[in-house]
Write a protein that binds this ligand. Sequence first.
Ligand SMILES: Cc1cc2nc3c(=O)[nH]c(=O)nc-3n(C[C@H](O)[C@H](O)[C@H](O)COP(=O)(O)OP(=O)(O)OC[C@H]3O[C@@H](n4cnc5c(N)ncnc54)[C@H](O)[C@@H]3O)c2cc1C
Length: 418
Amino acid sequence: MSSADGKTWSEVSGASLSEQDAGTLAELELPSVLDADNATLLDNVHPRCHVDPDPTDVVYDLVALGAGAGGLVSAKQCSRRGGRSALIEQHLHGGDCLNVGCVPSKALIGAARRVRAAKGAAAYGVGVGEVTVDFPFIMQRMRSLRARISPADAVSATSTVGADVFQGRGVFTGPHTVVVNGKTLHFKKAVVASGGSPTVPPIPGLREVPYLTNRTLFNLTSLPPRMTVIGAGPIGLEMAQCFALFGAEVTVLDVAPKVLAREDQDAAKVIEQSVRADGVKFDLGIKNLRFKLAKAAEGGGLPTVTAEYDDAEGVAVSLDCEALLCATGRAPNVEGLGLKEAGVEYEKRTGVAVNDQMQTSNPDIYAVGDCSTKWQFTHMAGTQAQMVVDNAVFGDEKKVHTGIPAVDSVSNSLLFTP
Ligand SMILES: Cc1cc2nc3c(=O)[nH]c(=O)nc-3n(C[C@H](O)[C@H](O)[C@H](O)COP(=O)(O)OP(=O)(O)OC[C@H]3O[C@@H](n4cnc5c(N)ncnc54)[C@H](O)[C@@H]3O)c2cc1C
């Protein structure tokens, strides 16, 4: 819900927040204390007093649902090229990449790289003295970078190119209509760009203990002495490696017997060795995993959570941590969008079904990015969106190009020892 007093988040951030503002921050999964960087971020990607335009009597050439890379590129490109477009976002413009994905994770990786270089400097004959890590500073730098980059994905940047921006949850009500904040938008073409969410598997006790996902990890302000990561996939490994370099005792747990189980195993082994060398411990092939709360968080501190499981040899293990990161994979956001009403076929696990032009079972609705593809990268969502605008609005017949290298992302990561 937007506020009506005309003030920005930056203007209210110094004072104690109203119940409505505090509720909005909780909904957005941001810390309840609004610092200057997060206030700037929100001013750009979730303005406090946003007013939706009036869509009466408009038939949009293109409506995009979701303002991550896929939705932003779709709506902006359509407008830039003379089409009439609308963009609907329920959470933060910029989506996962800016707010809780690529940008904050790579900011932490940047710091972790420096720790590793400093720790290894002696081997090159370079003395740097004792290496210390200021975790609150690292997190503050991350928030500052995120805020600094956010104008590129801002609501105002989308409005400036002529697209109408709606701040709320969009739900399709028919093959050519979507409702947001009680207003019906009529469209010729639409793009579903609803992204994905972290999955939380039904591990006994997990939902009863405090756990983090990528949506909340970047809110930490103090370094957990011990961190347990569930899931030896790319996100789990990246963050395990960073936190180990920052000085936490990190253990990665997985029921699979090997890391990066879906990737090339020669490459996965090299990555595992590098992550182990930075201090991460692994317990793979475990069984009977369960969690319990050993100590609740007190006075703004961290809780203690216990993981119990049988290791690969069947030995019972009990492992305590102050931060439990659930990184067990991601699921496409396809529920509650009214896709059935729009005639769009989807599956909960694999997402919206599309052909090689990213067209769904409703030929006037397309789907791009994490909600419809297994190549879950920002550049892939953006490239697909660009192609969809060409096809849907400007009559091209381009086909999806899957040769975009994942290496763009790998090169941003820390996982390899240079
Ligand atoms: C920790 C992490 C690190 C990553 N690192 C990298 C990296 O280094 N390089 C890389 O290329 N990729 C990386 N990714 C992946 C990248 O973030 C995603 O591929 C990219 O964000 C996908 O863009 P998208 O537009 O499909 O979806 P998203 O960015 O998820 O955006 C979807 C948006 O849709 C909104 N939405 C959903 N439903 C509705 C609705 N009904 N109404 C209105 N809005 C709705 C959501 O709120 C969300 O903002 C990373 C991801 C994570 C989690």
